[in-house]
Design a binder for this molecule. Structure first.
Ligand SMILES: [Zn+2]
Length: 214
């Protein structure tokens, strides 16, 4: 049976990397809410106009409207088989709505959490530095540059530390994620459809674990 894979992971957990590998190696398309909303801003369909009007009026996009967007997007030919949802559902209410879509599309839902401990996420996010010249990404904990604070290839370029990678904002982002996601994880856990994958190892090993589940 084809699947709707609900990929869940904190900021810094490497969820995007894994979704890209699933696409490259297995041809499983990744449907992200970010992409869907960007498309909606440009498109000229009744649904897109409703989204544009809602955004223009400053209102939040409701669960029902979000569901319609996901439903329309996943009715395209590229999602006829198994696909990955990234960033949806975000709440238990949205998860319930997704059940209806799975029935309509004749698919089963598989939730996969890329699990990384909080302190590891914290290091990954706060340790990130980038070269302003070439864009190379370093991490002061796991991938430090040869000379502290400077790019290996551009010794005069002082590495950037993004403002939202500072400790306070990272802590806030991780706490918000945890609060929002716990009910969703519990929802899939209760119905026996949550699989956890250890997200602390090498990218290829993590991908191997995910591939065993799909
Ligand atoms: Zn550089």
């Amino acid at each position: 049976m084809d699947k709707i894979i609900v990929l869940i992971g904190a900021p810094g957990a490497g969820k995007g990397t894994q979704a890209r590998l699933m696409d490259e190696r297995r041809g499983i398309p990744q449907i992200s809410t970010g992409d869907m909303f960007r498309e909606m801003k440009k498109a000229d369909t009744p649904l897109a106009r409703e989204v544009q009007e809602t955004m223009a009026s400053g209102k939040l996009i409701s669960d029902d409207l979000t569901y319609q967007i996901v439903r329309e997007r996943t009715s395209k030919p590229d999602t006829a088989g198994t696909y990955v949802l990234d960033g949806y559902p975000r709440t238990a209410v949205q998860a319930e709505q997704l059940e209806q879509l799975a029935v309509e599309q004749g698919k089963e839902i598989q939730a996969i959490e890329v699990d990384v401990p909080q302190d590891e996420l914290f290091k990954r996010l706060t340790g990130r530095r980038s070269c302003p010249v070439c864009g190379e990404i370093y991490n002061i904990y796991s991938r430090p540059p040869k000379s502290e604070g400077f790019c290996d290839d551009h010794p005069d370029a002082k590495l950037d530390h993004r403002a939202d990678d500072n400790e306070d904002s990272v802590r806030t982002r991780l706490d918000t994620y945890k609060t929002n996601t716990e009910p969703l994880l519990a929802y899939y856990e209760r119905s026996g459809r949550l699989k956890k994958v250890d997200g602390t190892g090498e990218i290829e090993d993590i991908y191997g674990l995910i591939e065993d589940l799909i």
